[in-house]
Every structure is written in structure tokens, then in C-alpha cells.
Design a protein around this ligand. Structure first.
Ligand code: TXE
Length: 489
């Protein structure tokens, strides 16, 4: 068993309470590491370190170009540690190795490089007041200490989507990964030690949301909170941040619809719909977990979809030929099975899957790709986020029906529209309530393009210019060159 301490002020530290918790390998179902169980005392140490680094250390005195160079070196360090980062993330949360190397790690590196280039590109403005004896200009400034809280499904990507822009803007960061998958974030910290970032600029606090996440968010020296996780977790964190009037970015869950019209290319669309949910075992916030089929194509599409989904190979996330890996933790494995059981009881038709399996007898937590048809749009399966390999299929008649159904949940993270009629696709994209709309593709993304939610999928954006602006606040400065000030009375 590996013992993982936490990190602050340039040092690996033992938790103040001396306690550790187990981290499990979802492929074996067994603990493989012990993670520091931090508490309020540790949260204070981390925030104080970040505060000193911002106000007293070299980081606050660096020019934007020098900060950019530090970010570039962070990207280089991630590149050098990429294999180890992939190995730890696969072992700790079951994400397929083929999804991490080279795709995800290249993205991690590019994210640092992208924001390295931005560090000296954001500008203020001179405001045209129209008055000769007044100079008014604005300065974009960092908040100071940022609390970044992340989820378990893609710890490295979610962490760097917060770290890179927060640092490019000049902030310092206390990062708190999910207790269900902390190890790869700690491994990222080992890589960043290689980049020679000044002590206290990045700190990684591990432990449970209520025990150490809440004290971190509440800490008076934290001025910005960036959260990725469930709606339940996000509303708790947003409430804590609101009590301290802190700026917040919320990246929450989703129940994203894929709309397929009669004129869609059958095979391409079947593969696109499968690719939008099953490879990460449904554990992606933007997973296309609702399938809305136009009546004319419904039966043929479902038959083909079942054929393709049933062929998926479940197994070792390290194996190249694995199509679907395990569910990331035991608690979530049980939660997804609960959704399946209730969907059966609610009268939905199970078209394929629905069972927990252990394909390699490894003791892992696997669930077959599961497709329910005849799903009642008012049912739990149609409206709640399962966050597992479970697809809820419903049918619609016309465009108005499709839009009504697509928008009929509290979420608004993403949506897919499959049709050969591009005019229709663009018109419907305007009417779908979601932060990302895919037309004849799904799951595409890049560091330049902002992501984020409508409605209960959150607010604020990550990536792109908006992702940087989230970590800046604007100061307006007025300089008077008047020779005298008129007496007020
Ligand atoms: O979330 P949780 P999970 C969503 C996904 C799913 C969820 C799964 O849709 O709903 O994340 O991740 C900390 N004070 N996204 O189960 O439970 C907790 O310790 C302070 C959306 O991890 O909300 C963990 O670190 N912290 C996303 C983090 O919050 C608290 C992409 C998330 O925990 C806390 C990926 C508290 N009171 C997954 N309670 C997107 N939209 O991009 C919990 N935490």
C-alpha cells in the first residue's frame, strides 16, 4: 500500500489528525493506497501558504511573461511525467489508459501551454470619459488565493482546467481533489515540483468534502472558488462561498439529450450516440445519457444500437482492447445499479445490459452498457443524472416535440443533434438550453473553446478566454490632472 501525504508550502506533510483513508482500484475492488485525511487545521496551513506566496513571495513580483514561462515549464513537467500520471489515474479511478495516453495527457500539456501564452496577453482599457483633466483606466487583477475543488471522474483534466488559467491570471491555488480519486492529483503535484514553481503557489489538500473542503471554501483568505462536481455538492459549496461573498465558478452535472431525426445517417449516428456515453462508462458530465429518436427511425435505430452496444468489451482499463472500463468507486457502482433497478420497476423496457459483471474475475465494479426504451419523460431515469453507462430512450414526432423534450430537465450542460438538414440543426441549436451543442458529432472539445452549463448544470465557464477571465477582477483607476478641486460647499 502506498502512503500519500498532502502538499503545501513546497513540502509533503502528514495530516494534522494523523489519519489516512483508503483509495481503491476499481478494477480489483481493493485498496491500493492510503491518502492523507486532512482537516480544518491543514486547510488553514494550505491557505496561509498560498496567501504568503501571493503577497510576499516571488510569484507576486513576477512579470506576466515570467509567469507565462513558469506555466510553460509546468507543461514540460507534465510531459516528462505523463506515463506515471496516466498509470496512477487508471489505477485510482479506472479511466481507460487509451483515453489518457496520448490524448488526455497531450491535452493537459496543451492547457498549460495555452494559458502560458495568455499570461501576458490580457489587458485593461483606457475609458473615453470625454474629460481632459481625468484619466480613467482599468486593470485586470488576480483574486489572490483560489480554492479549486474537483470531482473523481477525470481528476487530472478537471484540476488543470482550473490550475492553468488561475496561475496565468496571477493567483495562487489550493487544490482539493475528490476523496474517491486523489492520487493522480498528488502525482500531478509531484510533476509540478519539477517545474520549480515558488513554494505555496500550488498546494494540494486531500480528504472529505465536509471535513476539509468546507473549511477551505469558508476560509476568510480564500477569495475565489472554482468547483466541479454534482449539483448537490455544488449547491453546498456555493452557499458556503456566498456567506463569504466569494466569486464562484460552478461546473456541475448534466442529463444531456441526443436528438436523432429520421434523415440521420443510421450507422454513423449509432456510433456517435454510443461514443457519447459508453466509453467512460457514462462517467462524464457531458455524457449524452438521453436518446430522443424521431418516430420513423426509432425501431431500426434501437435495433442497431443494441447490436453495437452489446459488442462492447468490458475489462482491464489498462488493456488496449477494452471498450468500457469499471465504475470508479463502490458507492457509485451501487448508486448506478439502484437507478437500473428503479427504471425496471418504473416500467421502462430493458433493451440490453442492466447487469453488474466481473469480466476478468478481477473483483472489479463493472456494469454492462445498458439501454432502456419506452422511458416515461417524467420518470427518474429521464430526468436524474445517473452518471453511468445507462441510456434512456424516448421518441418524438416533430421538431417542436424534440426541443420540448430536450429542454425538459433541470440540467443544461450539453446536447447532440443528428440530422442531414444543417438548416434545421442550426435552428434547433438556438433553441436548446445547454452550454454546448454538438451537431452531427459528440464529445468534441479543445482548450480554446469555453465549456459550462445552463440552468442547474452550473454557471461560469472554463477554458478559452472566458476560462481566464473567471480568475480576474477589474479595478478602475481615476487620475485627476485638474489644477484645483472645486469646493463642494
Ligand atoms: O461530486 P461531488 P463527485 C459532476 C458529475 C457528477 C459529479 C461526480 O456530473 O454529478 O461531478 O463527482 C467536494 N464543501 N461532474 O461525486 O460529490 C468533494 O470532496 C466542500 C461535472 O466527486 O459533488 C469533491 O472533491 N467541498 C463536471 C467535490 O466536492 C465539498 C465534470 C465533488 O464532489 C463539499 C465532471 C462541501 N460541503 C463531473 N461536498 C463538469 N460539469 O465539468 C463535496 N465536496
Amino acid at each position: 500500500m502506498e502512503t500519500c501525504n498532502w502538499y503545501a508550502d513546497g513540502k509533503w506533510l502528514e495530516p494534522a489528525g494523523g489519519e489516512y483513508f483508503d483509495s481503491d482500484n476499481p478494477y480489483t475492488g481493493k485498496a491500493w493506497a492510503r491518502i492523507a485525511r486532512c482537516d480544518e487545521k491543514d486547510a488553514n496551513i494550505a491557505v496561509q501558504a498560498a496567501y504568503r506566496a501571493f503577497h510576499e513571495g516571488p510569484w507576486g513580483r513576477m512579470t506576466p511573461a515570467e509567469r507565462g514561462l513558469m506555466l510553460r515549464r509546468s507543461g514540460d513537467a507534465v510531459a516528462r511525467h505523463a506515463d506515471r500520471l496516466a498509470e496512477v489515474e487508471t489505477r485510482d479511478n479506472g479511466k481507460r489508459r487509451v483515453d489518457i495516453r496520448p490524448g488526455l495527457t497531450s491535452w493537459l500539456i496543451d492547457s498549460f501551454y495555452y494559458y502560458a501564452g495568455m499570461a501576458d496577453k490580457f489587458e485593461g482599457a483606457v475609458i473615453p470619459t470625454g474629460r481632459d483633466n481625468i484619466l480613467n483606466f482599468t486593470r485586470p487583477e488576480p483574486f489572490g488565493v483560489v480554492a479549486a475543488i474537483t470531482a473523481w471522474n477525470s481528476p487530472l483534466l478537471i484540476a488543470i482546467w482550473k490550475l492553468a488559467p488561475a496561475l496565468a491570471a496571477g493567483n495562487t491555488v489550493v487544490l482539493k481533489p475528490s476523496e474517491f480519486a486523489s492520487a493522480s492529483t498528488l502525482e500531478l503535484m509531484r510533476a509540478l515540483e519539477d517545474a520549480d514553481l515558488p513554494s505555496g503557489v500550488v498546494n494540494v489538500l486531500t480528504g472529505f468534502g465536509t471535513e476539509v473542503g468546507a473549511p477551505l471554501v469558508e476560509h476568510p483568505l480564500v477569495r475565489k472558488v472554482s468547483f466541479t462536481g454534482s449539483v448537490a455538492g455544488g449547491t453546498r459549496v456555493a452557499a458556503l462561498a456566498a456567506a463569504g461573498v466569494k466569486s464562484v465558478t460552478m461546473e456541475l452535472g448534466g442529463k444531456s439529450p441526443q436528438l436523432v431525426f429520421d434523415d440521420a445517417r443510421l450507422d454513423d449516428t449509432v456510433h456517435g450516440v454510443c461514443g457519447g456515453i459508453f466509453p467512460p462508462a457514462g462517467q462524464s458530465c457531458i455524457a449524452g445519457s438521453r436518446l430522443l429518436l424521431q418516430a420513423g427511425i426509432h425501431d431500426a435505430f434501437v435495433a442497431r444500437l443494441v447490436e453495437v452496444a452489446s459488442r462492447a468489451r468490458l475489462g482491464d482499463p489498462n488493456a488496449d482492447d477494452t471498450d468500457i472500463g469499471p465504475i470508479a468507486n463502490r458507492a457509485h457502482f451501487d448508486r448506478v445499479l439502484g437507478f437500473i433497478e428503479r427504471a425496471r420497476a418504473d416500467g421502462a423496457t430493458l433493451a440490453c445490459g442492466g447487469n453488474a459483471v466481473d469480466p476478468d474475475d478481477s473483483g472489479g465494479w463493472f456494469i454492462e452498457p445498458t439501454i432502456f426504451t419506452d422511458v416515461d419523460p417524467e420518470s427518474e431515469l429521464a430526468r436524474a443524472e445517473v452518471f453511468g453507462p445507462v441510456l434512456a430512450v424516448m421518441r418524438f414526432d416533430d421538431e417542436a416535440d424534440a426541443v420540448r423534450l430536450a429542454n425538459a430537465t433541470d440540467y443544461g450542460l450539453a446536447a447532440g443533434i443528428w440530422t442531414e438538414d444543417h438548416r434545421r440543426a442550426l435552428e434547433l441549436a438556438n433553441r436548446i438550453e445547454a452550454g454546448t451543442v454538438y451537431l452531427n458529432n459528440y464529445f468534441d472539445a479543445c482548450t480554446q473553446s469555453p465549456v459550462g452549463g445552463y440552468k442547474q448544470s452550473g454557471y461560469g465557464r472554463e477554458l478559452g478566454w472566458e476560462g481566464l477571465r473567471a480568475y480576474l477582477q477589474t479595478k478602475s483607476v481615476w487620475l485627476s490632472t485638474a489644477r484645483r478641486i472645486d469646493a463642494p460647499f
